[in-house]
Design a protein around this ligand. Structure first.
Ligand SMILES: C[S@@+](CC[C@H](N)C(=O)[O-])C[C@H]1O[C@@H](n2cnc3c(N)ncnc32)[C@H](O)[C@@H]1O
Length: 259
């Protein structure tokens, strides 16, 4: 299988300064006492939030997931089943964790994210581009697959993102999408709700930003039920769509093959 992406030029919006040069004010972040934003306001709030938390994102992530996020990314990559050398886009790459892990598995990758702050804090040798998941800067059928970690709930229009995944993935290509979740088991669900709803915002507030980490548990409400996620992928041209709960349902992994 020959990777078909040869040149990817950065679409970085240089008019927007990195967050460490011009920190954003807290009023641009999703506020705890306000309803969750939607439409354009959601996109702006999410971008501002990740620009703001980027410098300590990795630290807080590792602490609050007890490094399980690393394990979940590995499981997602192993589920791809693509040959070594395959080229993938890591959508919403953030600080590039998936790109680093993909390299270790013998894959090539390009990270895409709309937060310049996150890209600026990334630690990966793989190429990165600034771009929106709803309009990706890649040609049709140009990649062997797509990974995406913990971002589905942040997209303004998930159907448009799914359509973009179908557009850029070649027939037979694979996608693996990870996100947070809530356990099905009532006991695990109660424990998770205390941890995710109270402990995580506390840790995130102390180490990083209270508003941003208060938004995190609330943002789970944006995620459609798993049946709807799978149906959305099938409707844009994926098959073998599969959903798996990881670590008692603290995370979910969705995989599919492009028709
Ligand atoms: C929780 S972070 C996940 C980062 C990384 N994938 C990981 O596994 O740690 C979510 C990322 O999604 C990005 N994001 C959210 N909406 C986006 C969009 N519409 N287009 C591109 N990136 C987006 C954010 O900027 C942020 O870096």
């Amino acid at each position: 299988m020959t990777p078909t992406v040869e040149v990817v030029s950065s679409t970085a919006d240089t008019s927007r300064p990195p967050s460490n040069v011009s920190p954003l004010s807290n009023s641009e972040l999703p506020q705890l006492d306000q309803p969750l934003p939607s439409g354009e306001a959601k996109g702006e709030a999410v971008q501002a939030m990740f620009d703001t938390i980027a410098p300590r994102y990795d630290l807080v992530n590792r602490i609050m997931t007890f490094r399980l996020d690393v394990r979940w990314r590995r499981i997602a990559i192993e589920s791809l089943g693509l040959p070594k050398g395959a080229v993938l886009v890591d959508l919403a790459t953030g600080t590039g964790d998936f790109c680093r892990e993909l390299s270790e598995h013998g894959y090539r990758s390009i990270g895409a994210d709309f937060s310049f702050g996150m890209l600026d804090a990334a630690r990966t040798a793989e190429p990165l581009v600034q771009g929106d998941g709803m309009s990706l800067p890649f040609p049709d059928a140009s990649v062997d697959g797509v990974t995406c970690g913990f971002a589905l709930r942040n997209f303004v229009d998930l159907d448009r993102v799914f359509a973009e995944l179908a557009r850029i993935t070649r027939p037979g290509g694979r996608i693996a999408l990870l996100d947070a979740s809530s356990p099905d088991n009532p006991v695990a669900k109660a424990g998770h709700s205390v941890y995710f709803g109270k402990v995580v915002p506390f840790i995130g507030g102390v180490l990083s930003n209270k508003d941003a980490y208060g938004y995190l548990p609330r943002s789970l409400a944006y995620l459609p039920p798993r049946e709807e996620l799978l149906a959305g992928l099938v409707s844009v041209g994926f098959s073998n769509a599969n959903h798996e709960q990881l670590t008692l349902g603290a995370a979910q992994l969705i995989t599919a093959t492009r028709d």
